[in-house]
Write a protein that binds this ligand. Structure first.
Ligand code: SF4
Length: 249
């Protein structure tokens, strides 16, 4: 009788062990598979540019870029990155506890899963900004986003890759930024602004001197001379930290 009870117990234990393993396997199979994004870095800092300049923000820097601008200061993001699940990215954002989240790069819209994560964060009430380089179609993006479109000038070497059609998809509250290297870049940007009526259509047209290439004073003098209704701005993170400091600023 005693032997019988021991055997029964062993069978019950074995069965319990098997069913537990079985349930774990079923759970793993049926759990929705997280998508992964290749991330160069996630960090908290203050916004260095745009009308959000100075505000605390969590930055998600995605790896990879389809352009090669002459003045690029984030070439370390061209290839370096780690595959991170959507859940882990959201956890990190929640840990930082900042309402503003910016997706940058590289070029954040190159990865096809990016819009899914943007939507998740918008649904959770975050202010989500996307800094994109103007060469990728933005027509399908969620209208709750704030888009900062970095429209490349001739001296960047990438202006022929820009899509003027993107202007049609921007909302009046989105922002268009021109980073300029010299007066010919300024003249070109002014022509793009005026010929596309950008000042009438958008609240914020931004012009920045490329750091170390164009003096802010020169840019201000051209803007004032033309009475051009654009916002001149400096990359304030270059003044707070060393200009060549690369990650996490
Ligand atoms: S789009 Fe941005 S990340 Fe890409 S090359 Fe130009 S400056 Fe660098």
């Amino acid at each position: 009788m005693e032997n019988y009870n021991c055997s029964s117990l062993a069978i019950v234990k074995a069965f319990h062990y098997d069913i537990t393993n079985f349930l774990v396997v079923v759970l793993l199979i049926t759990k929705p598979i997280d998508y992964m994004l290749k991330i160069n870095e996630i960090f908290k800092s203050i916004q260095g540019e745009s009308t959000y300049a100075g505000l605390p923000c969590t930055f998600i820097r995605l790896a990879g870029c389809n352009l090669r601008c002459t003045y690029c200061d984030t070439n370390y993001a061209y290839y370096d990155g780690k595959e991170i699940s959507d859940e882990d990215i959201v956890s990190k954002i929640e840990e930082y506890g900042v309402k503003c989240v910016e997706f940058t790069g590289g070029e954040p819209l190159l990865q096809e899963e990016t819009p899914k994560l943007l939507k998740t964060l918008l649904d959770r009430g975050y202010d989500v900004l996307v800094e994109t380089n103007g060469s990728i179609c933005i027509g399908c993006l969620d209208k709750r986003l704030t888009i900062i479109m970095d429209y490349k000038s001739p001296k960047s070497g990438m202006h022929e890759r820009m899509r003027p059609k993107n202007f049609e998809f921007l909302k009046p509250t989105d922002q268009i930024k021109f980073v300029l290297m010299d007066e010919s870049d300024y003249t070109w940007a002014k022509e793009i602004i005026l010929s596309n009526n950008l000042i009438e259509k958008f609240e914020n047209i931004l012009m920045s001197p490329a750091y170390g290439e164009l003096s802010p004073k020169s840019l201000v003098s051209w803007v004032l001379n033309d009475n051009l209704q654009v916002r001149v701005q400096l990359q304030i993170h270059k003044y707070i930290w060393a200009p060549d400091e690369r990650e996490g600023v």
